[in-house]
Design a protein around this ligand. Structure first.
Ligand code: PGA
Length: 267
C-alpha cells in the first residue's frame, strides 16, 4: 500500500457563495504547489463549479461536485446530471451521509449515480459509513458491505480504476451530532473499517483492485489530527468538511499529506 497518491478532498457543503468560493480558490492556488503525490480536490457549491473550472490551474487542484443525478437528461426538475458536469469536474462525491439521511437517498440511487459518473468520465468518491446506532449494534461491517454492494453495482474491474471510496462514520462527522452521539474514531477503528472495505473489494473485484482503490477517511478531520489519520495503514487520504473552510487549516492538512507521501516514498 506504499507509494500511492494521497487525496485531500474539501467538501464545502452549502457554504461559500460563488464569489466567496472563487476568492478562496484563488488564495488556495497561491498557497499550494501542485504535486503529483497529492491530489487536492475542492467541492464547492454547484453554482461555482463552472467559473472556478475556467479560472483554476488544474495542476494545483481539481474540482468535485457534491452530488449529481443519474439520468443524463429529461424532466427532473432541480437536478444536475453527470452529463452536465462532464468536462467541468473531475470527481463527484456520491452517497454522502447528508444525502442519505437528510435527503433520504436510497442505496440503489447511489449505485446509479456512481454508474452515471463513470459513464461520463467523472471519478466517483463513494461515501460509506455506519451510524452510531448501527455501530453500537455491532453492524458496522454489514453496513459497509451493503453500501459497497449497492454503490458499486454493475461496475467492472476496469471501472474500478477510477473509483475512490471514502469511509465516513456518520457518528464522527461534525454535524453527525444531529444524528446522535458525536465521537472521534481512533486510528484502530479506522484501520479496522478500511480493512473490512478492502476485504469486501477483494471479494467483488479481486486482490489487485482491492489494493489499488484509494480508500479515504472523513469525519471531523482537522489540522491537528490529519497527520495521525494519514498514518493509519490503508488510508490514502482525507475528506475534509468543516476544516476545509479555513484556508490556513486546510493548507496545513495538505502539508500533512505531502509529508506523509514523502515518508512513504522513502520507506
Ligand atoms: P466534517 O465533515 O469534516 O465537518 O466532519 C466531513 C464530511 O461530511 O464529509
Amino acid at each position: 500500500m506504499t507509494n500511492k497518491k494521497k487525496y485531500i478532498i474539501a467538501n464545502w457543503k452549502m457554504n461559500f457563495n460563488v464569489h466567496e468560493a472563487s476568492v478562496y480558490a484563488h488564495k488556495l492556488m497561491a498557497a499550494v504547489k501542485g504535486h503529483r503525490d497529492v491530489e487536492v480536490v475542492i467541492a464547492p457549491t454547484m453554482l461555482a463549479l463552472q467559473s472556478i473550472s475556467l479560472q483554476l490551474d488544474h495542476r494545483t487542484f481539481k474540482l468535485a461536485s457534491q452530488n449529481l443525478y443519474w439520468r443524463d437528461e429529461g424532466a427532473f426538475t432541480g437536478e444536475v446530471s453527470a452529463r452536465h458536469l462532464r468536462g467541468v469536474v473531475s470527481y463527484a462525491i456520491i452517497g454522502h451521509s447528508e444525502r442519505r439521511y437528510t435527503f433520504h437517498e436510497q442505496p440503489k440511487d447511489t449505485g446509479l449515480k456512481v454508474q452515471a459518473a463513470v459513464r461520463n468520465r467523472i471519478t466517483p468518491i463513494l461515501c460509506i459509513g455506519e451510524t452510531a446506532v448501527e455501530r453500537e449494534a455491532g453492524e458496522t461491517k454489514m453496513v459497509l458491505h451493503d453500501q459497497l454492494i449497492a454503490g458499486l453495482h454493475n461496475l467492472t474491474t476496469e471501472d474500478m480504476e477510477n473509483v475512490v471510496i471514502a469511509y465516513e462514520p456518520v457518528w464522527a462527522i461534525s454535524n453527525g451530532r444531529d444524528f446522535g452521539a458525536h465521537k472521534t474514531p481512533t486510528p484502530h477503528d479506522i484501520q479496522e473499517a478500511t480493512e473490512a472495505i478492502r476485504s469486501q473489494l477483494q471479494d467483488l473485484f479481486g486482490k489487485k483492485t482491492a489494493q489499488q482503490v484509494p480508500v479515504l477517511y472523513g469525519g471531523s478531520v482537522s489540522h491537528a489530527n490529519a497527520q495521525s489519520y494519514l498514518s493509519v495503514r490503508g488510508v490514502d487520504g482525507l475528506l475534509v468538511g468543516g476544516a476545509s473552510l479555513k484556508l490556513e487549516q486546510f493548507t496545513t492538512i495538505i502539508e500533512a499529506a505531502h509529508s506523509s507521501a514523502r515518508k512513504e516514498r522513502k520507506a
